[in-house]
Design a protein around this ligand. Structure first.
Ligand SMILES: [Zn+2]
Length: 496
């Protein structure tokens, strides 16, 4: 005979012999509010021993997990359920008594079935969303990620005031594929955008901006990299989509794709923004991308400083214009230099310049009163190999940490308390997080493979619910040593 749980689920087989009582009440551990998402964890206490593993059914699912036990009668155990939400019990794990105490703990992980006492969405209604991305920015070259050079005072401050993730990973270390995953919240193996830029996003994918516009947002982007051009459908859902290389700026004679130009375009957008609606603004800077040629005032900022690497030189192939593995081609040489330290200092100067310009952007937004009530998300699409593994000034061919690991900061004073989260996290989770901040019911977003980070940022959920690197089909997120070996093999067998 089926027996009823206090949550109204039928537990088949009569295995549950006594009524179970939630020890903590409501959803989420410790009675804390939780974020919307596919995982629900209940911790409940059985007042006498439950059934043995293998004999219990919850809906149609056999219990097959390990036994867990506790002497106190309370036990919290969290684990992910399939990303596709469905009602009912997803899994059921039972802990039987130990030491003969006659107490068992039942942990039920359920999907999105209605849950009494669901917390309010923590984000204020009408929150603005500012997505700042800097192309080719590896995390370990920012001061806030431990870099000794002072490359990023503005972003460091943002990080100190927000939630800084220590180990973010992109889904694919190339611009088009990485942003395809960010904006569709799907893995490359499922959206088909892999390996290279210039692949149009299939129109059937629902993108972040499309959902936000449907939610009543005004949506704008200023992007400086042709890899996310409207030609490849990255403009889906945007009311305004400024591609810097296609636009003139009266009276400006600097780099049309540089950070200063980006800011000037943003200013134009903000001049015309509809203040009756919340906004989603995506600003994408390109400066740290090769070639490393920052504005003159910034170019020599770190040359020959105390962190300068004076020893290593780069092999230059005089026969080839471009080469990225084992050395560089003659067409890539800057200022006639072949010392690695020069190039790294130039890369760092690009970061520092971009950081300065981001400071200008913040000033502009603050001056217009547009930073209030705003979730700011800062990240990059991929890192950069700076001669690591004999791979020079490029990204996308290999899944080294230098190319996968990017900075990630979410900043919303008064909503997200400052914190450093040191567990791995994937950028595929950004879209669900942003949508939650915009008040979108996530249950409707069945296309998403990521999940909101809100609960994790607020301490409602544990970190690390998903394994890292699920999107890298060919370039699995392998351990560095294993990958190094693979690259060496590759180098021996190919001429580049
Ligand atoms: Zn890129």
């Amino acid at each position: 005979m089926p027996s009823e749980s206090p949550f109204g689920w039928s537990l088949a087989g009569g295995a549950l012999r006594k009524r179970i009582t939630p020890t903590l009440g409501g959803c989420g551990p410790s009675g804390a509010p939780r974020s919307a998402g596919p995982v629900r964890t209940f911790t409940v206490l059985l007042d006498r021993a439950g059934p043995q593993p293998g004999t219990t059914r919850a809906d149609s699912l056999h219990y097959s997990g390990p036994s867990v036990g506790t002497e106190t009668g309370r036990f919290e155990y969290h684990f992910p359920v399939p990303a596709e939400p469905r009602s009912g019990v997803h899994d059921m794990r039972l802990g039987n008594t130990i030491n003969g105490l006659g107490i068992a703990v039942l942990v039920l992980v359920v999907a999105l079935a209605g849950c009494a006492g669901e917390p309010e969405n923590p984000y204020p209604v009408g929150s603005n969303i500012l997505l700042l991305t800097v192309d080719t920015l590896r995390a370990d070259h920012l001061s806030s990620y431990g870099y000794p050079r002072r490359t990023s005072p503005v972003l460091d401050r943002l990080a100190s005031e927000g939630v800084r993730f220590e180990q973010p990973a992109v889904q694919w270390p190339k611009t088009g594929p990485s942003f395809a995953s960010i904006f569709t919240s799907t893995y490359p193996k499922d959206n088909g955008i892999v390996r290279r830029v210039g692949m149009p996003l299939p129109q059937e994918f629902l993108m972040l901006a499309e959902v936000l516009r449907r939610q009543g947002y005004t949506t704008h982007a200023v992007v400086a990299n042709g890899a996310v051009a409207s030609d490849f459908n990255f403009n889906q859902g945007f009311d305004t989509y400024v591609e810097t290389w296609k636009q003139e700026l009266d009276g400006f004679d600097g780099d049309p794709n540089g950070a200063e130009a980006v800011n000037l375009h943003v200013r134009r957008v903000l001049d015309d923004i509809d203040r009756s609606k919340p906004f989603f603004l995506w600003v994408h800077y390109l400066d740290p991308h090769f070639p490393y040629v920052p504005p003159e005032d910034w170019a020599d900022r770190f040359q020959d400083d105390e962190w300068f690497e004076p020893i290593r030189t780069i092999a230059i192939d005089q026969e080839k214009t471009k080469q990225q593995v084992t050395g560089i081609g003659h067409g890539q040489v800057l200022d006639g230099r072949d010392d690695l330290g020069f190039y790294i200092a130039r890369y760092d100067a690009e970061i520092a310049y971009t950081d300065f310009q981001i400071g200008k952007l913040f000033e502009d937004l603050r001056g217009r009163g547009l930073m209030d009530n705003t979730l700011t998300v800062f990240t990059s699409d991929h890192g950069e190999s700076l001669g690591d593994h004999a791979y020079y000034f490029d990204h996308g061919r290999f899944s080294f940490q230098t190319c996968l690991r990017v900075p990630l900061v979410l900043h919303y004073p008064g909503v997200l308390p400052p914190k450093v989260d040191r567990a791995p996290v994937e950028l595929i989770n950004l879209a669900p997080t942003i949508l939650e901040a915009a008040g979108v019911e996530l249950e409707e977003q069945g296309w998403m493979q990521g999940r909101s980070l809100t609960g994790r940022m607020l301490g409602w959920e544990p970190a690390g619910l998903r394994p890292l690197g699920g999107g890298l089909r060919h370039q699995g997120a392998l351990a560095e040593d294993r990958q190094r070996s693979a690259v060496q093999t590759h180098l021996c067998s190919l001429s580049w």
